[in-house]
Ligand binder design. Structure first.
Ligand code: DMJ
Length: 483
């Protein structure tokens, strides 16, 4: 069993006891994850660390190398330059965008477009810019619907698009069509083609116009009629990053996009009025809403909202600033509780607040942990905003748990049940573990001037995108500003 002392801050180095410099430890975790991906799954989308082979899956159409694209910026920011150069060379020689498969518009956007954009902005390498503009063009046919709301699935070769079979009545998903804005605005910046911004502004226009039940945004919308298809509202899966991109659109516009700001705060007020709950034990949580009936469940995915509400706090009405910071801290605390109440000290996929449960999973099917970042993401933002040492302590608890339960001989793996220490691994090292979980941990233990929040916003896959300054030339790489 691994046992590391808690981190403590010295003047500018964060050490974990006398043995480790914490960021260095994250770097070693990243190198271990990367080396094993390289050895057993190079060019595939993800590593299967138990069977020591690659996984392709069906989210990215024929695109390959998701773990490479998702890792470029993490490797670069950590200074793992040999590994970054291997990744760059693969993009140069092997990233084939002429694929014919059926891809998720959302996943390709957040991982591939986001990963290539941030690689370009960090390094200034034209290669990434050329690739991302080429890829951006292939996504445009998904918007050819009667309303301009894109469908969820697109064939990158033929441009044909359709809705997910599981989405009710051919609908599009809020968190999917609502999580394009940051990347598409940057595609316009890099290509000098306004079409990308027009496409996402059209989505916003429709959402502004449509009537919202109690001010809330349901998760399913018809791309044909432009009406909501059913009234399920969630700050977790299916809804989550739509809200995230509202406040981040405002921040990325150098606080000029007032419309995004207003929409965000109106949505947050509706969420507070209808979804935010306090458990009998005093834990604040976000319930889900089904046509007016509350489901007292919070997904791991919803735990990003602590960080989101935190970064938005400063720009709310002055009398509400402290209130939003408190709400952000309370949600982050609840998500930490979902970790501490498990045997592995990792949190379940969903936890409940009914039938006597308080931040624990009650269903077998909700007990898994797939290396997701959201709880650690909120620790990172809350650390940057408050410098309360508890966030670094909580981050270190997560590192210990990952090392103890998710590290296997050939990489990191998700686990099937966080409530038993006799773990069963799911044999998957998700690409977001390299792009998000390890990056957020690294930033949590680094100084605030590494990718400062005044200059960068992170897309929902943790790829940093520069804030667009109104008075600057925008299509210059910004590498020398921060690294
Ligand atoms: C990531 O791909 C992104 O963070 C997305 O917004 C939600 N899910 C995963 C990680 O859990």
């Amino acid at each position: 069993k691994l046992s590391f002392p808690l981190p403590r801050a010295t003047t500018n180095l964060i050490t974990c006891g006398d043995r480790f410099v914490c960021p260095l430890f994250m770097l070693q975790m990243m190198k271990f994850a990367w080396d094993n991906y390289k050895r057993y799954a190079w060019g595939k989308n993800e590593l299967r660390p138990l069977t020591r082979n690659g996984h392709i899956g069906n989210m990215f159409g024929g695109l390959r190398g998701a773990s490479i694209i998702d890792s470029l910026d993490t490797l670069y920011v950590m200074g793992l330059m040999d590994e970054y150069n291997e990744a760059k060379e693969w993009v140069q020689t092997s990233l084939d965008l002429n694929s014919n498969g059926e891809a998720s518009l959302f996943e390709v956007n957040i991982r591939y477009v986001g990963g290539l954009l941030s690689a370009y902005y960090l390094t200034g390498e034209e290669l990434f810019k050329n690739k991302v503009v080429e890829l951006g063009e292939k996504l445009l046919p998904a918007f050819n619907t009667p309303t301009g709301i894109p469908r969820g699935v697109i064939n990158l070769g033929s441009g044909t698009s359709w809705s997910w079979g599981w989405a009710s009545a051919g609908s599009s998903i809020l968190a999917e069509f609502g999580t394009l804005h940051l990347e598409f605005v940057h595609l316009t910046q890099l290509s000098n083609n306004p079409i990308y911004t027009e496409k996402v502004m059209n989505i916003r226009k429709l959402l502004n116009k449509i009537e919202k039940p109690h001010g809330l945004y349901p998760n399913f919308l018809s791309p044909v009629s432009g009406n909501w298809v059913q009234h399920h509202v969630s700050i977790g899966g299916l809804g989550d990053s739509f809200y995230e991109y509202l406040i981040k659109s405002y921040l990325m516009s150098d606080k000029t996009d007032e419309d995004a700001k207003t929409t965000y705060y109106n949505a947050l007020e509706a969420i507070e009025a209808n979804l935010v709950q306090k458990s009998p034990g005093g834990l604040t949580y976000m319930a889900e809403w089904r046509g007016g009936i509350l489901d007292h469940k919070m997904g791991h995915l919803a735990c990003f909202s602590g960080g989101m509400i935190g970064i938005g706090a400063d720009d709310g009405a002055p009398e509400k600033r402290q209130h939003y910071l408190d709400l952000a801290a309370e949600i982050t605390h609840t998500c930490h509780e979902s970790y501490t109440r498990s045997a592995t000290k990792l949190g379940p996929e969903a936890f409940r607040f009914d039938s006597g449960a308080e931040a624990t999973a009650t269903r077998l099917s909700d007990r898994y942990y797939i290396l997701r970042p959201e709880v650690i993401e909120s620790y990172m933002y809350m650390w940057r905003l408050t410098h309360d040492p508890k966030y670094r302590e909580w981050g270190w608890e997560a590192v210990e748990a990952l090392e103890q339960h998710c590290r296997v001989d050939s990489g990191f793996s998700g686990i099937r049940d966080v409530y038993t220490t006799t773990v069963s691994h799911d044999n998957m090292q998700q690409s977001f573990f390299l792009s998000e979980t390890l990056k957020y941990l690294y930033l949590l233990f680094s100084d605030d001037d590494l990718l400062p929040l005044e200059d960068w916003v992170f897309n929902t896959e943790a790829h940093p995108l520069p804030i667009i300054r109104t008075n600057c030339l925008q299509n210059e790489a910004t590498q020398d500003k921060t690294l």
